[in-house]
Design a binder for this molecule. Structure first.
Ligand SMILES: *Cc1c(COP(=O)(O)O)cnc(C)c1O
Length: 353
């Protein structure tokens, strides 16, 4: 187990940190393990970031990231007071856990879900209950009608890729008017329907998104949340008690430009969606069962082939995918949708295994 030092706060020795997917140093790998976008960011976003690399870097950035909040507000037709921005949606989520989920009752989230949620519960001392997905790996709204201190789930869910309809989210909100429901829309742009359209109607709804996946800016670290101004104010209070300048000058400019370049965004998302359809058929031809995906990845299992063995076999051929040891999903592989060439390399590699 981990080392301990006499210098550590007692709290630190009990922390169980999140383990991110591998970022291999080797080039030439077909990297389908962390759901990055195979296409680059908008050229306009790159130009906007490059324009910020100048003498002004001696000055602090805008602590409120107003330019970015305005771009998000314009994109979604909401007020800037309904928008929060942070250093990756992981940071936005952390502030939400800290500022909105610490109540007497447990936080609810699915048993199969983003593995950062229990980590934040550990960091902020929040009780939680993991609610099992049904036998088809779907969220069942009825299971979330019970006392809680908040609810969070990704939509589409990760790592399953399965989406929850807006109508079901609305039922969930109606059943839980007194606690915050956070919909983590990291993958919403690949075929789901955003719940941002519901924020004016439900003051307890917070929607988070990231620029890491659909806007191809994982390296920039920008995430957003949209919700009632009172929820946003809680996040601002945490942010301003922690780090006043989470977004640097390049991030504010690049992220705003990415939201402004709708044409490029829609075109790259569509390419990923089209490739996903091809990957699903290819996997099915090889005998895999593939869960219905609305994300930029698929979650698949083979009836006769062990997932860990397949992942190891793929790696030997230079293709990396994600395998989770969690018992219920131990026979699944989570495979990011790449370029058509990368996807073909994956299918070719699987063919021989
Ligand atoms: C990738 C991901 C995030 C984190 O996104 P960042 O903005 O890169 O921090 C949050 N939630 C889910 C479900 C994700 O898959």
């Amino acid at each position: 187990e981990g080392q301990m030092s006499k210098f550590w706060s007692p709290f630190v020795k009990d922390l169980v940190p999140y383990v991110p997917g591998e970022q291999p140093k080797l080039a030439k790998l077909v990297k389908l393990n962390t759901n990055e976008n195979p296409y680059g960011p908008s050229p306009k976003a790159i130009a906007a970031m490059q324009a910020e690399v100048n003498d002004n870097l001696r000055l602090y950035p805008d602590p409120n990231s107003d330019r970015l909040k305005q771009a998000v507000a314009d994109y979604y037709g909401v007020q800037t007071a309904q928008v929060f921005v942070g250093n990756g949606s992981d940071e936005v989520l952390a502030h939400a856990f800290h500022g909105l989920f610490q109540h007497g009752q447990p936080l609810l989230f699915p048993d199969i879900s983003y593995s950062f949620y229990p980590v934040y519960c550990g960091l902020y001392g929040i009780d939680f209950v993991q609610v099992p997905l049904d036998e088809k790996f779907q969220i069942r709204v009825e299971d979330y009608v019970r006392p809680n201190g908040g609810i969070i789930f990704p939509n589409p869910n990760a790592p399953t890729g399965c989406g929850l309809a807006l109508e079901a989210i609305e039922r969930l909100l109606k059943a839980n008017p007194d606690t915050v429901v956070l919909v983590d829309e990291a993958y919403i742009d690949f075929g789901g329907e955003t719940a941002i359209s519901l924020v004016d109607k439900y003051p307890n709804l917070l929607v988070s998104q990231t620029l890491s996946k659909s806007r191809s800016l994982a390296g920039l670290r920008v995430g957003i949340a949209v919700g009632h101004p009172d929820l946003i104010e809680a996040l601002e209070r945490i942010k301003n008690s922690f780090n006043s300048y989470p977004l640097d000058r390049m991030a504010i400019a690049g992220a705003a430009a990415a939201f402004e370049d709708k044409a490029y965004f829609e075109q790259t998302c569509q390419r990923v969606i089209d490739s996903r359809d091809a990957v699903v058929s290819g996997l099915q031809t090889l005998g895999f069962e593939v869960l219905p995906s609305q994300a930029n990845f698929v979650f698949a299992r083979h009836p006769d082939k062990d997932a860990a063995t397949l992942a190891a076999g793929l790696r030997e051929q230079g293709v990396i995918v994600r395998h989770f040891k969690q018992q219920r999903i131990a026979q699944f592989l989570r495979i990011t949708i790449g370029t058509p060439e990368q996807n073909q390399a994956l299918l070719d590699a699987l063919q021989g295994l």
